[in-house]
Design a protein around this ligand. Structure first.
Ligand code: ARG
Length: 470
């Protein structure tokens, strides 16, 4: 096939583009992913051009038909992308003009600068919705695992040292809360992304009287009252990519949450903790050590969070020194965006699938959660009930812990006499503190890991998620 010359070089240039330039500047190898948005955006623009008298009915029909055909070919994989035509926009426009001469009018009052801003906003908009879906699915699996394992308790940790007992479900629900905020951040971002930049031209709008509202409406850039949402400053519209940064910032934070969850799963599945078992289908073996069963999916998810954070840094760095308005540097936003999105979708989906294949090791959890040391704070609370100031109670229980260590016994094996040797305010009922059931029951304030409140939380989340998914 003969090489088409890039539309942007026609007229002004006496030499054709150097091969090295084509290779270095092309973006179609990755921005082809914007093809749907580009075609739908062009269709809306064409309809508007007809309305304002630039295109006649025949020309519009020809353009719409051509664009539809091109879309079908891309979808079927038969469309031939040409790097000499730089990007997705020029590839589609050139193909259109080849089959529909009126295609040459399509770029009236439009620049690739507002076109790419439009395509990117539409792409991000779609992806925000998809990410919210993925986050819901993961939340759903975490809640299911919480329900399946309820009321099994494990130690909660601070400084990775055993601290206080919590139902396993409470630990999982902590992540459900984190992912809820992530999800809300993605939905909140939607409103800021959902502003139509088309009509901004290269940077200074157009001398043709456009109907921007019509385009915006057609492409779904409307507010809750169905009013069109139009960018109000043409220079801002073509030059900022803050919506991509905001997307990636939310993505990076979600990836960090996923990474922390991964770390917990990795620890829990180790022989040292042995709280959970990840199904064989979701673990890998070692090429050398036959006994190994590795949590690679969680490790990769933890590792991939670095990519998303890296993408955020790249985007911020990309923007920080740019003079107004459009600069070609902005082309570099796409691979970061696509990589961040692909990575996050991949991690969310694999984490949901793996979570559905986790079982709990009741025995080890039981043993660990019954470590009486976990209830040292409860013993201090006991003294508080006896009117001892908490600071003193903390000190006294510290002495009790020291005594148990000196005697080489567990905290709950001390006698009443031992306790009284530390402080006379310990009564007969002091030893009843060392009941896990009692300890969990006693934690009844909002947000605490008491069995009742955790059960309520599980039910509430279950209901909320199934309502939102239906
Ligand atoms: N591929 C370009 C990008 O992603 C499209 C805009 C090109 N505009 C230009 N004036 N060269 O940024």
């Amino acid at each position: 096939m003969k090489k088409r010359s890039p539309v942007s070089r026609s007229g002004r240039f006496n030499q054709s583009a150097a091969e090295a330039l084509i290779q270095f500047t092309e973006s179609v190898s990755f921005d082809w992913r914007l093809w749907r948005q580009d075609i739908v955006g062009s269709m809306a623009h064409a309809r508007m051009l007809k309305k304002v008298g630039i295109l006649n009915k025949k020309e519009l029909d020809e353009i719409l038909r051509g664009l539809e055909q091109i879309g079908d070919e891309i979808d079927a994989g038969s469309f031939e992308w040409d790097p000499a035509l730089e990007d997705v926009h020029m590839n589609i426009e050139a193909a259109l003009t080849q089959r529909a001469p009126a295609g040459a009018k399509l770029h009236t009052s439009r620049s690739r600068n507002d076109q790419v801003a439009l395509d990117m906003r539409m792409w991000v908009r779609d992806d925000l919705i998809a990410l919210v879906e993925d986050l819901r699915s993961l939340q759903h699996e975490l809640v299911q695992l919480g329900r399946k394992t309820f009321p099994t308790a494990i130690p909660g940790y601070t400084h990775l040292q055993r601290a206080q007992p919590v139902p396993f479900a409470h630990h999982l629900l902590a992540y459900v809360e984190m992912f809820q905020r992530d999800l809300e951040r993605f939905s909140d971002a939607f409103d800021r992304v959902n502003v139509c930049p088309l009509g901004s031209g290269a940077l200074a709008g157009s001398t043709v009287k456009l109907d921007r509202a019509m385009v915006a409406r057609e492409l779904g850039f409307v507010d809750h009252e169905d009013q069109p949402r139009l960018s109000q400053n043409s220079m801002d519209a073509v030059s900022d990519r803050d919506f991509v940064v905001e997307f990636m910032s939310n993505a990076a934070l979600t990836a960090v949450h996923l990474s922390r969850l991964s770390e917990d799963l990795i620890l829990w599945s180790s022989a040292e903790f042995n709280f959970i078992r990840i199904a064989d289908a979701y673990t890998t073996g070692s090429s050398l050590m036959p006994q190994k069963k590795n949590p690679d999916l969680a490790e990769l998810t933890r590792g991939k969070s670095g990519r998303v954070i890296g993408n955020l840094m790249s985007l911020l760095t990309l923007l920080k020194g740019l003079p107004m308005t459009y600069n070609r540097d902005l082309q570099e936003d796409k691979e970061r965006l696509f990589d961040g999105s692909d990575t996050l979708h991949g991690c969310l989906r694999i984490m949901a699938a793996m979570t559905a294949h986790i079982t709990i090791n009741e025995e080890s959890c039981h043993q660990a959660a019954h470590d009486p040391d976990l209830l040292a704070t409860d013993l201090a609370d006991y003294l508080v009930q006896k009117k001892v100031p908490f600071r003193d109670a903390h000190h006294l229980v510290g002495a009790v812990v020291g005594l148990a260590q000196k005697k080489g016994v567990a905290l709950n094996q001390l006698t009443l006499r031992d306790l009284k040797s530390v402080d006379s305010r310990f009564q007969r009922d002091a030893l009843s503190v060392f009941s896990l059931e009692r300890a969990l029951k006693a934690r009844s304030t909002v947000g605490s890991p008491g069995l009742r409140s955790v059960k309520q939380q599980l039910t509430a989340w279950q209901r909320r998620l199934s309502d939102e998914r239906s």
